[in-house]
Ligand binder design. Structure first.
Ligand code: SF4
Ligand code: SF4
Length: 255
């Protein structure tokens, strides 16, 4: 998978096909330790899954459960999960039984104890992913007997759909990192539209309806139906629409 000549930060060795021992269950003494004082990046698809699971409007979800930081991308903010204000800074979705949003938990929680890194390779418009093993001494899951490879972990944690949506997001975020705002700067009209598409899907659905956005493009009936039903499909459309308005290059064809 990886380029043998690629350099990684010291101590970080990408996992390839090797096996690792790990299991997390309610019987481990450290159960839920990793859900406190934790730094979780939320990707656009995470927000869709979480807000749907909680029955919230995406705008309300973002206001209540997220905050913005300057991440790797100097021209677009990253979104983090807001932790509780208790002494342990617990994840707001943690209850006495464990994770209350387990079926819709974010990509980062699914991926743990692995960490995923993406080489954006923006020039070629492709990206390559690498997985590393985290090493938190408090995490006793490493002492369990079950064995996984990266691939079997991805399947076990139902990460395939998340990773494929996150790959689309990486391509769009890479575009944002090239400062496509045409002098508008942070918080300009285009960046606000982009933020709405990526993190406020209910707002974007209302916007798309108001401006008859879908009708402006030649879109297959089946995709149109999926867009109408599923927020993830609307997000895919939104990513392509952003590419169209920011670069003029997109898979969407104008009517
Ligand atoms: S610290 Fe590790 S083993 Fe413990 S609950 Fe978290 S992931 Fe599971
Ligand atoms: S979303 Fe669930 S698994 Fe992730 S930190 Fe919160 S409680 Fe833990």
């Amino acid at each position: 998978m990886s380029d043998p000549g690629k350099e990684f930060p010291e101590g970080m060795i990408p996992l390839k096909d090797s096996k690792f021992a790990f299991e997390c269950h309610s019987g481990v003494a450290c159960f839920t330790s990793c859900c406190k004082d934790v730094n979780i990046t939320l990707y656009p698809y995470d927000v869709i899954k979480l807000k749907s699971s909680l029955g919230m409007d995406s705008e309300d979800f973002m206001r209540e459960h997220s905050y913005l930081v300057q991440g790797d991308n100097p021209f677009f903010p990253a979104v983090k999960l807001k932790l509780g204000d208790d002494r342990e800074k617990s994840c707001p979705f943690l209850n006495n039984k464990g994770c209350s949003v387990y079926r819709e938990r974010p990509s980062a929680c699914r991926t743990y104890p692995l960490e995923r890194a993406v080489d954006r390779m923006a020039v070629k418009g492709e990206s390559e992913e690498f997985y590393f093993m985290t090493n938190h001494p408090y995490c006793l899951g490493h002492k369990e007997e079950k064995e996984f490879t990266v691939d079997s972990w991805i399947r076990n944690q139902q990460l395939i759909e998340y990773n494929s949506m996150n790959a689309l997001w990486v391509a769009v975020d890479t575009l944002f990192a090239a400062n496509p705002w045409k002098g508008e700067g942070a918080g300009g009209e285009k960046q606000q539209l982009a933020f709405m598409v990526c993190y406020n899907i209910d707002g974007f659905r209302r916007f798309a309806g108001e401006y008859q956005l879908i009708k402006q493009f030649k879109i297959e009936k089946d995709f149109k139906r999926r867009i109408a039903r599923e927020d993830g499909e609307l997000l895919k459309f939104g990513f392509e629409w952003l590419k169209a308005i920011l670069t003029g290059r997109s898979s969407l064809i104008k009517r």
